[in-house]
Design a protein around this ligand. Structure first.
Ligand code: 5AD
Ligand code: FES
Length: 378
């Protein structure tokens, strides 16, 4: 799909029904009907950054800060395994007290004690630290670039750097992670051109996972007075992401479910194939308040598990078996940096489908990132 076609489908005056139906068909053909469940642990809401949209930004004095201990996180991981999930996703703000060494030690323990795949979502680290985390056994990493618009990125994330963000994505790839990224939809000042660029970038980056959610204004942030993103736009973006990436893993995100009670169900009908039920301890859930109205803050892990199973049943879908590794690449086991790759083994080695892109289709190697690449306005 080219940029003009993408712009056509992003236009709110275009009937989205054919786009959503095509995305559903592409999802069925390339990733099948089963839905991967990833248990999400929000393990610290301390953050050194000041992203203007985000409720856990350093400057927000209104939230109660918490961080889980390694033992508490391990208990969550065991609960995830007990609920039959294939992956635990460990997400936090950029918390200096949960540095790469601590994360690596925790990852090693989880990998030793459970059969779970481990996904980290802990923000920007150095090249060496990403390598260390991968060597510790972490399988995947999520780092959204949030918007491809360089100017808007600078406004949203005043203490972050656009080029550094994309450099991190290249380092993650180099370290051997399955890499996820994504954006918010409906940000103030976000243009259709930049959203079309977001979509094209998902494909060009060869992402294994793509997460999209509507922007939801948080009153305790500098963007509290802005209007929310629309679910319709987030669904169009999800559908386009499915069509251009074909077999990326795409979640029906919590933000979609928070802005509309049927948001996640609708996303699963137009390209999404992943759900990330919250398995954080109940007492802290309400404090991981990126945006208001977040779902599942009152539910226990088992309740979310029951809820997602009921949701899948109502959609005529089923839980996927296994870890739910990337369908894009042959996954090799984690290894210390510098060792030669081993042959892929077992469930960790999904077949590369005929005609699907392999590593070679990824256009950015290490050190290459989209310098100067942005929407037409930058
Ligand atoms: N509205 C919607 N999504 C948000 N995120 C952070 N703050 C908000 C908000 N106000 C998303 C960002 C981040 C992810 C963890 O949550 O895209 O990468
Ligand atoms: Fe948490 Fe539905 S997924 S209550």
């Amino acid at each position: 799909m080219n940029k003009d076609e993408i712009l056509h489908w992003l236009n709110p005056d275009t009937d989205p029904a054919p786009l959503l139906a095509l995305a559903d068909r592409v999802r069925r053909e390339h990733v099948g009907g089963a839905v991967h469940l990833r248990g999400l642990v929000e393990f610290s809401n301390y953050c050194r950054r000041s992203c203007r949209y985000c409720g856990i930004r350093a400057g927000n004095a209104k939230i109660r800060r918490y961080r889980l201990t390694p033992g508490e996180i391990l208990a969550c991981a065991r609960a995830a395994a007990g609920l039959g999930y294939g992956t635990v996703v460990l997400q936090s703000g950029e918390d200096p007290a949960w540095g790469p060494r601590e994360l690596a030690a925790l990852t090693e323990r989880i990998k030793k004690e459970t059969a779970l795949a481990v996904t980290l979502s802990t923000g920007e680290h150095s090249r060496e630290d990403y390598r260390m985390l991968r060597a510790a056994g972490a399988d995947r990493f999520l780092l959204r670039f949030e918007t491809s618009d360089r100017r808007l990125f600078g406004e949203l994330k005043p203490d972050s750097d656009y080029d550094a963000r994309f450099r991190c994505l290249a380092w993650l790839r180099e370290a051997g992670f399955q890499v996820g990224s994504g954006v918010m939809a409906g940000l103030p000042g976000q243009t259709p051109e930049s959203m079309a660029d977001d979509i094209l970038l998902f494909e060009r980056l060869g992402l294994d996972m793509v997460g999209i959610g509507p922007f939801i204004a948080n009153p305790d942030t500098p963007m509290g007075g802005a209007g929310n993103g629309k679910l319709d736009l987030a669904l169009r973006m999800t559908a386009l992401a499915r069509i251009v990436t074909r077999n990326a893993h795409i979640p029906a995100t919590t933000a979609m479910g928070s802005i509309d009670p049927q948001g996640r169900q609708k996303a699963l009908r137009c390209g999404a194939n992943v759900l990330m039920p919250n398995i954080s301890p109940a007492e802290h859930r309400v404090d991981y308040s990126l945006y208001p109205g977040k779902i599942c803050t009152g539910e226990a892990p088992e309740q979310c598990a029951g809820c997602v199973d009921a949701m899948l049943k109502s959609l005529g879908r089923e839980r996927a078996a296994g870890h739910g590794h990337s369908l894009k690449v042959q996954i090799s086991p984690a290894r210390p940096a510098g060792c030669s790759p081993k042959a892929p083994v077992g469930e960790g080695a999904p077949p590369v489908r005929a005609g699907e892109p392999r590593n070679g289709s990824r256009v950015w190697g290490t050190g290459e990132y989209p310098a100067g690449r942005a929407s037409g306005r930058s």
